[in-house]
Design a protein around this ligand. Sequence first.
Ligand SMILES: *Cc1c(COP(=O)(O)O)cnc(C)c1O
Ligand code: SF4
Length: 324
Amino acid sequence: MSISLKKSTHPVRLTQAVRDTIKGTVADDPVAKQYLPQDAESFIHPLERRDPIGDDVHTPVKGIVHRYPDRVLFKVASACAVYCRYCFRKEMIGPGTKGLLQDEINAALQYIRSHKDIWEVILTGGDPLVLSPRQLSAVIDNLCAIPHVQVVRIHTRVPVADPQRITEELCAALKRDKAVYVAIHINHAQEITDDVRRALKNLHAAGCVLLSQSVLLKGVNDNTAALEDLFRQLTALRVKPYYLHHPDFAPGTSHFRGSIKRGQQIMRELLGRLSGIAQPTYMLDIPGGFGKVPLTPQYLNEIEDGLYMAEDYQGCKHHYPPKE
Ligand SMILES: *Cc1c(COP(=O)(O)O)cnc(C)c1O
Ligand code: SF4
């Protein structure tokens, strides 16, 4: 396997709120590892690429990714409050990239308006919550005025990385008659502080439905106890664990990628041990733009036509339909 070396261009940015949650060094701390560069980042795996999940091939107008018929990504910001080392869009975001100009925002909105199949718009980036409440409110006003858009979803790390930004003004901008979902990016229970709890509470009080998305990161959260703790705490904070992503082939991230087998083993261990409402779906984004697929371990095998063997959470096997 050939390995090339590159000096990382991915910016380093942490907020004070994040610094306060770091208890060790980049060698041993689950939060530090997410934000501080390690030497391993300079190794570029031959399969790693600038656009790991194939956004470009599904971009009809700047800022829109239309891969599935009923929903689009709308990349409204190209900056983030913090920069994650494992980011799957690390080559497309950051201080050196340009956000959308007003004309480009208008063209993206026009695309959504003219495609009646678009039922849900997912604001992403970068991080949509780095926009000012006024800017964000204007985008959401436009989306809510489109009759076929029934759901607005925001993917963000801000409630965790910069909870001070979840102000009354921002919450007011998110309070809508149409459903607003907020999918919060968080990877470890150590990231949940009192300020984060308050931010989540305020988002919930504004009527947002809260989901979480996490990335399975080697050395950060690739163990059952850490994820169990995270998903329990989130669920108790009214955040429904939604996706646990297998890391993508972004340049310089191989030290974060474990095996799918290990991820499935963790998912098996969580089943039964952790409430069903606290279980996320383990997901893979197929490289090249083919969409996401669940990596749920198999619990049911067909042994004959219509006859199955089901494995329970303790590993015992049972016939389905039952024998007598
Ligand atoms: C991930 C993604 C979505 C959202 O997928 P869900 O399974 O609905 O969460 C939508 N569009 C694109 C292009 C995506 O990459
Ligand atoms: S917040 Fe999201 S988009 Fe921004 S660097 Fe982290 S993973 Fe990437």
